[in-house]
Design a protein around this ligand. Structure first.
Ligand code: GRF
Length: 204
């Protein structure tokens, strides 16, 4: 029996510690393949990680990304089913959202809808959480729409912030939860979609 495979393209701008966890996790799942890693930064560490794992990479050019929809053709040619953003800093253009409805996910390092939006990334997010004296933080995994951090929320995990925690401590706690949950949330969402698809086929 041939098992149909769901193919993922990971989009990341930097270190790619989440991307690495996703790659490691999915290497043991026969139905899921990380088929491409894309970055807007040619020397992003995530591209190195991809190459070490024999995953094809692509560096995005800003003009092409925003002024043409060539990327869709390339992704479809590679039979990509899901786009997973893991620390990708560019706003996803409408043509890509239309081509992959409910198939683009992002992870944000705070409990949305608070502490999100344009310019809210990296250390800035944890600084804002710290300054707002929050007692909890944690990652949010959500669908991507045309606005930064506004798509429907799929999953959140929380950690406690103690009175002595500095922004760097909050960042560490949140990142640990990201690594723990992003790969399994991706896996379960993909598998859930597959079972919905096959149920529909049986009912037809
Ligand atoms: C993570 O904190 C994620 O929530 C945010 O960007 C960061 C990426 O970190 N979107 P890494 O590159 O995966 O280490």
């Amino acid at each position: 029996m041939v098992i149909p495979i769901d193919k993922i393209a990971i989009f990341a701008s930097g270190t790619g510690s989440n991307a690495k966890k996703i790659i490691q996790h999915c290497s043991d799942i026969p139905e899921i393949e990380i088929a491409m890693v894309l970055s807007n930064r040619p020397n992003a560490k995530v591209l190195q990680t991809a190459t070490e794992n024999n995953i094809p990479t692509k560096v995005l050019d800003r003009n092409t990304f925003y002024q043409s929809s060539d990327l869709v053709e390339e992704l479809k040619k590679a039979e990509i089913d899901w786009l997973i953003l893991a620390g990708f800093l560019w706003l996803v253009p409408p043509y890509l959202i239309e081509a992959y409805p409910n198939k683009i996910l992002n992870i944000h390092p705070a409990l949305l809808p608070k502490f999100g939006g344009k310019g809210m990334y990296g250390a800035r997010v944890h600084q804002a959480v710290f300054e707002a004296n929050q007692q909890q933080s944690g990652p949010t995994i959500h669908y991507v729409n045309a606005h930064y951090d506004e798509g429907a929320i799929i999953f959140q995990a929380t950690c406690q912030i103690t009175p002595t925690d500095q922004p760097e401590d909050i960042a560490k706690k949140v990142l640990q939860l990201e690594h723990q949950y992003y790969p399994i949330v991706i896996e379960s969402l993909i598998k859930k979609n597959r079972s919905i698809k096959s149920t529909k086929k049986v009912l037809q």
